[in-house]
Design a protein around this ligand. Structure first.
Ligand SMILES: Nc1nc2c(ncn2[C@@H]2O[C@H](COP(=O)(O)OP(=O)(O)OP(=O)(O)O)[C@@H](O)[C@H]2O)c(=O)[nH]1
Ligand SMILES: [Mg+2]
Length: 280
């Protein structure tokens, strides 16, 4: 069996010293959750379905014969009808939800209950275990709080917030397991290069931790310039430097001497992007 290595997407992993440790620690959490769960919910960001999927874990789940349900969260930020047309064919079963607007949460609760009834428990175990996995910051903990109807687990706009496995009771018969967000190791880098830019775009690395916000903004604008320009009402012809210059002036983000504070301005855009204010 191929052993897949994972690293934990958090602000701490920017430091090389921590990466090895976390690679040792978090793969175990992921493997453990898959092993002990009867049903697994893979939470995806509805805006970035392909990018936030973890195909290796899906393979592992399939091999173990466990039930996998795809949960497309943050669907308040997309046009669901349009998105359905372009979904991968193998994304089944899937369910769109929005923790923010609470839309379709009841559908998900019902789906979990139906699947839980199908699970055969032995004497030793009274509850069906439902594992929640996914990329950092996709809303796993927020989702658990809403389906368990209590603020049972911590959430944050900071990626990499949940640190270990947590068990939360959803009902008499169902236990939910929260896990830390995981970025597949092959995608992971400590460099602020393309794949780092991609993780900032997906929210898996938090804007406040980015060392080179202008570079990352330029990366995001290579695919999503129009959305960003429209949001601020600024014409920049896809050029991040022009955007930063104009936006910095509008916001009054100036350094001594009157030049635009490009770092601060670019970081503001990354923040608005990660808070989902800018619709893709
Ligand atoms: N717009 C929008 N934002 C959401 C939604 N669900 C969660 N969020 C936000 O996404 C951020 C991350 O939420 P968490 O629940 O902490 O995410 P997580 O997947 O547990 O993150 P880690 O533990 O860091 O892996 C928070 O700022 C939430 O408010 C949603 O449906 N819509
Ligand atoms: Mg969490």
């Amino acid at each position: 069996m191929v052993r897949v290595r994972y690293s934990f997407g958090s602000r701490h992993t920017g430091r090389i010293a921590n990466i090895k440790k976390q690679r040792g620690k978090y793969p175990d959490v992921m493997r453990d959750v898959v092993r002990v769960s009867d049903i697994i919910l893979q939470v995806l960001d509805a805006r970035f379905v392909e990018e936030t999927r973890n195909l290796e874990v899906e393979e592992d789940i399939r091999k173990k014969g466990k039930k996998l349900i795809y949960v497309l969260n943050k669907s308040d930020l997309i046009n669901v009808k349009e998105s359905k047309k372009t979904l991968p064919k193998d994304l089944n079963p899937h369910i769109f939800v929005s923790v923010k607007t609470k839309k379709w949460i009841e559908n998900l609760r019902n789906k979990i209950k139906i699947e839980a009834k199908r699970v055969k428990l032995d004497e030793a175990r009274k509850r069906v275990q439902v594992g929640i996995i996914g990329y950092p910051n996709v809303g796993k903990s927020s989702l658990i709080n809403i389906i368990s109807r209590r603020a049972a687990t911590g959430t944050s706009k900071q990626a990499g917030y949940t640190k270990g496995m947590q068990k939360i009771r959803m009902s008499e018969k169902i236990l939910i397991l929260d896990t830390p967000g995981v970025i597949p190791a092959f995608k992971y880098t400590s460099q602020e290069g393309t794949s780092f830019g991609e993780d900032v775009k997906l929210g898996a690395r938090t804007y406040s931790d980015v060392k080179n916000p202008e570079g990352i903004l330029s990366y995001i604008m290579s695919s999503d310039a129009k959305a960003i320009e429209n949001f601020y009402g600024i014409e920049a012809s896809g050029d991040s430097e022009i955007l930063v210059e104009k936006l910095g002036k509008t916001k009054g983000f100036l350094k001594k001497g009157g030049n635009v504070d490009a770092d601060r301005t670019a970081r503001l855009v990354l923040r608005d992007w990660q808070l989902g204010k800018i619709r893709v």
